[in-house]
Design a protein around this ligand. Sequence first.
Ligand code: C5P
Length: 317
Amino acid sequence: MGGLSATRGGPVTVRAAAKINLHLGVGAPREDGFHPLTTVYQAIGLCDDVTARASVAGVEADTLGIEVSASDWVDAAAVPLDAANLVHRAAVALGELHDRPVGGSVLLEKSIPVAGGLAGGSADAAAALVALDRLHDLGTSDDDLLRIAADLGSDVPFSLIGGTALGTGRGELVEPVGDNGTWWWVVVPSDEGLGTPDVYRHFDRMRPDAPAEPPPADALLGALRTGQPLSLARFLHNDLGDAAIDLRPELGDLIVRGESEGALRGMVSGSGPTVVFLCESSDHARDLAGALMRTGSRVVLVANGAVAGAHVVRAHA
Ligand code: C5P
């Protein structure tokens, strides 16, 4: 969280990373409909940049305008520009906390696929919280930022803190964990997104026997401490993987293809449909990415983890 010291008035750019779940243990739905999770998040070097400026022509200082520019693998048209965008809710929540209007113009420069299981919307919300806080010199405490983030969505607190972290509750309770590796991932986005609620509903249909307590992450946490990719590969775990593959069988084919091309392990990222492959090194990741492109994947990205949570990368006085 944070980074450079506060500025007054000038544009502020905050970077926030995509997340993958190295372990995603899912329990039976709670009374509020959410699923209890034991998850291990990792922030990877596939990032959105969010720039907040005080105002541009046509945007009142106390209202929020959102614009999007996107890498060619991101469906920019799928990003809502109205109150449905979490960035709007982030501004409203900051305004309520400080009892003043929090507006401006927000540009989302997106490289994280939309509805991809990589928490792209959560990353934008976390980045907007930090950017608007700096732009308006609000001095919001980390505790308040984390509390607002948890209200916005289950993954938003992790997008603030980044690194590698254990998530419990519905995913919103986060604490950093020991991680002695530099992990190289090949990331294969899908042309079409998958709705997180749909995947959880499908999980409920496929797993009516899911335990109240989600499966623990101890083995994965031990593997992280070894720093050894082969060990991590063995303990990667995603309870939503089968549901996502049942909805999109081609994801299963992609995992088989990546593993036969030499990935240590492939898995669905979160609720999908992005698939990630763990590799031994940067060279190995580059080779695998080439092989996947030669065998039919249109977009293949390479990223390493863990990287930082939402942080200021540019600020002008
Ligand atoms: O918390 P968030 O808004 O990101 O959740 C989006 C949807 O994903 C929820 O409305 C719910 O359907 C599902 N979800 C869930 N259990 C969780 C997290 C998300 O069922 N722990």
